[in-house]
Write a protein that binds this ligand. Sequence first.
Ligand code: GLC
Ligand code: CA
Length: 514
Amino acid sequence: MSKWLDNAIFYEIYPQSFCDTNGDGIGDFQGIIDKLDYIRELGCNAIWINPCFLSPFGDAGYDVADYCKVAPRYGTNEDLKRVFKEVHKRDMHVLLDLVPGHTSVEHPWFRESMKAARNEYTDRYVWTDVVWTAPEGMGCLRGISERDGACAINFFSSQPALNYGFYQPDPKQKWQQSMEDEGPRATLAAMEDVMRFWLNMGCDGFRVDMAGSLVKNDPEGKGTIRLWQKVRDFLDAEFPDAAMVSEWGEPDKSLQGGFHMDFLLHFGPSHYNDLFRCEEPYFSSRGKGDVSEFVAKYLENYEKSEKKGLICIPSGNHDMDRLARSLHGDELKVAFAFLLSMPGAPFIYYGDEIGMHYVEGLTSVEGGYNRTGSRSPMQWDDTTNAGFSSAPSEELYIAMDPDKNRPTAKAQMEDPDSLYHEVQKLIQIRQNHKALQSRGEISFVYAEKNAYPLVYLREAGEEKILVVINPSAKEQSFCSDLAPAKTLYSFGGEVHTENGTITVPGGSAGFYLL
Ligand code: GLC
Ligand code: CA
């Protein structure tokens, strides 16, 4: 089993925007290699690279045209293999992004599948039998194939849905296949081949895109769980160490499906956005937020997944607004104290460790739309293009943050009071205490409606750590007979205990041994 996940701290690399080493304005594999020491020094011991495969880039690479060939703009398969090697040399691990739900319209499978004459790929996608019949409840693509039929899509219209079958095919809709039909089984086998290809080359596992929606007409996810259990059998037999992290957001289902960890999502019922991304986020110093619904939902998932607690909370990702769009200055430090003391593996989105901004007003790049502002080039230093690329600035993949005071890694590394150093310190403390790591248990001590602070207990074996977080600018208190014995970490001042009341300074975070 992938033991390393127990204390993994991930750094998400959006390869386009990380580091460009050949001056074409777009990040590349050599750039990732060049910056591995930076990531290691921050304290992260694992990376997740967004899709880097051949693609027409209608959705920044989430529209794959060849699963087993990297996009030339990043380098060659050999270069990616070097990334794996360099990562391992530093005692780190790497997840690739697997997009099993759909391909791009340019994938040879889809081109074959569009042909009128029956062939090996006819059933690779979810097609209806007549172009005028749209698949119920799904978007579809039609009018571009010689074949009669409409093809279901998963996301943008250029992302046709691969066919893993229907959980309960409607007998009146003859085109709906069951999971056990030949076409769906062949799709799964093909996806296993893709996984086998990269695992053999040295990657350590996958972050799986939209993992919960592969089987259609499957409202409770039973079919999709069964599908992933088959993948688990395959991995157990051939790659028992491969790590699997799902974009699913329902850990009771994904863990049953054999995933090791699941993401907390910024859409759906998680209340994740209450924390950082809403009008009055809990982590704003205004102190008008509410954490209680987030905690209730979190606990519900935690219980349902038998306290395995493997829900990963990201600082952000390529799909959501930058953390620094709604939080500023010390608020970010307090937010990281939370992110780095929760169960599951933390995921730091590149640049969040220095508080990179959401760049306002950008025109969409490669299907980014509102997400484009969170995908701007990493700011390394104060040289041209912040050290990201030597290309003329108008040739960059996405424009740099134009702010003269934009944060850079270099300046923050030189400033002991920077966000970078706070994140680094928090990571070190987490890595020195099992209770704070992925599998340490959590129980909430204080998480009341419209109230501050947020207090929880992390435990592993004999170790008990009380985490007290007060993002609001005002001093707050709560009743408790817990007695913080030793301070492991404090930012913004320590708590004060008297007669069963614990008083917490405004804008503070602390970890205390009990
Ligand atoms: C996931 C990805 C997102 C992509 C979508 C379709 O949500 O994170 O970036 O656009 O799936 O593949
Ligand atoms: Ca480049």
